[in-house]
Design a protein around this ligand. Structure first.
Ligand SMILES: *Cc1c(COP(=O)(O)O)cnc(C)c1O
Length: 385
């Protein structure tokens, strides 16, 4: 058994990120300024986006996207039952109705047929989530949206780097929301990015900074104009240059970070290929997954213990885990408000009972992965039914 606890997904930072932050701290500009502008430019280049807007979280990006698409009370937004609460919470924040669709059993991605069944005259937006960094079938979803005159906002929190048929997630005409939260594939501690067409981003930029027609950097720099207007009350969602300086280094290191992640994924895939105990996710052909999560379903029929005890046994063997996710309809707010029962989304319910994510991050070594595999095999034999 390993001696030290293996954390589920710690960040992987180097002296280069530390020096980048120090350099910003020595300048006169800490808020959104030149580093943030540079990060937006580099990020847009990386994902072949038309434009990019750096924000203080992906949740902020999702919230602003809904506002930029004009979603409000009386509207309906369709999203997946299998996502982080932030995806649904922002729908509630703008006063719209959350409409959930069930998932595909092998990828945990939103089931396009289930989306179609839920489209009404009030549907304004479809919000697919690229679970674990495997993009949804965007051809099908975009076509469906076009047919019904509705917009698409992509939750790409897991997607660095993810591709569909060679095209990066973030390069489409849909507003697309990325996360740089501490556990994500690349991090700025807290942070997010919104990509999409420039005119929508211009509007989003205003909403993200108090609704002001001109940002501080443009007002306080030499030759800047102090006057601004507030056409509508906005939020305070901008990214700081401190965060952006970390993001620039992480973005540059992304190929290395991704390669290290792939090495761990390959090790797990090999070990679980013929496993009767552990079932990993499927990656469909034509997609490059970012492999943000290594989510597994455990075969409860082969065990005397349930998922929760399986997690406890892993922790006892010094292996950290997560569960991604407790489905939205099982959260008390949503269950109460919409009257949902666990069985209303049967695929998500069944997946959830056996779901956990094992450690996966760029900092891990192959030995760490082997420790996880050994712990799982040990539990499997000890609690065999
Ligand atoms: C992490 C995450 C978010 C929220 O990202 P923040 O940057 O923490 O706001 C939204 N959706 C999904 C699917 C996520 O995993």
């Amino acid at each position: 058994m390993r001696k030290e606890f293996l954390s589920f997904s710690p960040p992987f930072l180097t002296d280069e990120e530390i020096q980048a932050v120090t350099a910003v701290l020595k300048t006169d500009w800490l808020s959104s300024g030149p580093k943030t502008a540079e990060f937006e430019k580099e990020f847009a280049k990386t994902v072949q986006a038309k434009g990019a807007l750096a924000l203080n979280s992906c949740t902020a990006a999702l919230h602003i996207s809904l506002l930029a698409e004009g979603v409000g009370p009386g509207d309906e937004v369709i999203t997946t039952a299998m996502t982080f609460c932030a995806t649904a919470n922002v729908i509630e924040h703008v006063g719209a109705k959350t409409v959930l669709a069930d998932i595909e059993p092998e990828t945990f991605l939103i089931d396009v047929k289930e989306i179609e069944k839920r489209i009404t005259k009030k549907t304004k937006v479809i919000m697919p989530v690229h679970y674990a960094g495997h993009a949804c079938d965007m051809d099908a979803i975009n076509k469906l949206a076009q047919k019904h005159g509705i917009k698409v906002i992509e939750d790409a929190a897991h997607c660095m780097p993810a591709k569909i048929g060679g095209k990066p997630v973030g390069s489409s005409d849909n507003l697309t929301c990325f996360s740089f939260y501490a556990t994500k594939n690349m991090t700025t501690g807290e942070g997010g990015m919104l990509t999409g067409p420039q005119e929508k981003l211009d509007q989003a930029r205003m909403i993200a900074l108090h609704g002001m027609s001109r940002g501080a950097w443009k007002r306080f720099e030499k030759g800047g104009n102090w006057r601004y207007d507030v056409p509508a009350p906005g939020f305070k969602y901008n990214m700081s240059d401190i965060q952006a300086s970390i993001g620039l280094v992480q973005l540059k290191r992304l190929p290395e970070l991704y390669e290290r992640r792939l090495a761990i994924v390959n090790r797990y895939d090999q070990a679980f290929k013929k496993s009767n105990l552990v079932k990993p996710l499927t990656v469909k052909s034509g997609y490059q997954s970012s492999h943000h999560l290594y989510a597994i379903r455990i075969n409860l029929e082969a065990l005397k213990i349930d998922r929760d005890q399986f997690i406890a046994e892993l922790a006892e063997r010094n292996i950290g885990t997560g569960v991604h996710y407790i489905p939205i309809h099982m959260m008390s707010y949503y269950a109460k408000k919409y009257g949902w029962k666990p069985s209303d989304f049967p695929v998500a319910e069944k997946v959830f009972e056996r779901l956990l994510s094992i450690p996966l991050c760029s900092r891990m070594t192959v030995q760490d992965a082997d420790d996880v595999i050994a712990a799982i095999e040990d539990i499997g034999s000890k609690f065999k039914r």
